[in-house]
Design a protein around this ligand. Structure first.
Ligand SMILES: NC(=O)C1=CN([C@@H]2O[C@H](COP(=O)(O)OP(=O)(O)OC[C@H]3O[C@@H](n4cnc5c(N)ncnc54)[C@H](OP(=O)(O)O)[C@@H]3O)[C@@H](O)[C@H]2O)C=CC1
Ligand SMILES: O=C(O)C1=N[C@H](C(=O)O)C[C@H](O)C1
Length: 267
């Protein structure tokens, strides 16, 4: 599969380039950055401090995607929506790792699944996707006597909260409980909040240093607490998942898919 990486100078963009280079069946076919970025027009290898590799960084996704099969996008919500429209217009697949979307953005992306093969997940790792299934199961087994709290920790540069992963885990807990997450979400408490509302799902975000991504789901009862944890120790984890998803897109009909589809985990 010929792959274009958008946001190629970013933390995930650089990791994706290395992962594509190391993956059989995957070829880097193009590199995209936002208009005005210093890397535009430069050789990708040289721009990133390595040897020249014959790929010039572009700000024109449509031009680069013409020669490729799939884009992998870890950028920012507005850029991702624009990139997905381009992929859909060109009949190309796109793998989306970006987080921080509004509900409207998500509706737009899912709608574009009519015309493009789209894989989107707030976390591309096997561990987190498996954890969503465990969280759903535990939430279904325990009633409101167990309070559910999702606590996430990330590096100081992260711009969105709660993390995409925390929202996936919260959605899985809500699904297990048979409730609508939007109706029961408590986002970060502060001040005289009153006692905890039974059945609500709390979200808390820690930001600091270089933490790659740690997620805890607490089921806190009287006298006992169950904690389910995922800790990412290497960002390449997410890049490997995204490249796996890009290869999976080969020959798949248009649709809005997620990593459960790619990994063959039960929905
Ligand atoms: N699903 C998953 O498994 C994971 C998801 N993520 C998510 O991926 C996203 C990116 O994370 P990260 O790599 O750490 O962030 P970075 O800020 O390091 O990288 C984002 C890159 O996208 C670029 N960009 C912004 N707008 C455009 C545009 N219009 N066209 C092309 N490139 C653009 C940025 O350029 P500039 O800096 O110049 O604006 C930057 O190079 C976040 O939403 C994060 O939450 C991260 C890790 C795992
Ligand atoms: O921004 C990050 O770094 C990460 N973002 C994703 C998220 O929002 O959950 C995935 C991972 O935790 C790293």
């Amino acid at each position: 599969m010929k792959i274009v990486v958008t946001g190629v100078s970013g933390r995930m963009g650089r990791m994706l380039v290395d992962t594509i280079d190391a993956t059989e069946g995957a070829t880097l076919a193009g590199a995209v950055e936002r208009p005005g970025h210093d890397w535009i027009g430069q050789d990708l290898g040289q721009a990133s401090g390595a040897a020249a590799r014959g790929i010039v960084v572009s700000d024109d996704l449509a031009a680069v995607l013409r020669e490729a099969d799939v884009a992998i996008d870890f950028t920012a919500p507005a850029a991702t929506v624009a990139h997905t429209r381009i992929a859909a217009d060109m009949g190309r697949a796109i793998v989306i790792g970006t987080t921080g979307f509004t509900e409207d953005d998500i509706a737009t992306l899912n709608g574009l699944g009519d015309r493009a093969t789209i894989v989107r997940a707030g976390n591309m790792s096997l561990g987190v996707n498996l954890l969503t299934r465990l969280v759903r199961q535990v939430a279904a087994a325990l009633d409101d006597a167990f309070d559910i709290e999702v606590v996430e920790a990330h590096h100081r540069h992260k711009v969105d909260a709660p993390s995409g992963t925390a929202l996936m885990l919260g959605a899985a807990a809500a699904e297990g409980r048979g409730v609508d997450l939007a109706q029961v979400s408590d986002r970060g408490r502060d001040g005289i909040t009153g006692a905890r509302v039974p059945g609500h799902i709390g979200f808390h975000a820690i930001r600091g240093g270089g933490i790659i991504g740690t997620h805890d789901v607490l089921f806190a009862g009287e006298g006992e607490t169950i904690t389910l944890r995922h800790e990412a120790t290497d960002r390449s984890l997410f890049a490997r998942g995204a490249v796996k998803a890009a290869l999976w897109c080969d020959g798949k009909p248009p649709g809005a898919y997620d990593m459960l589809n790619v990994l063959g985990l039960e929905k």
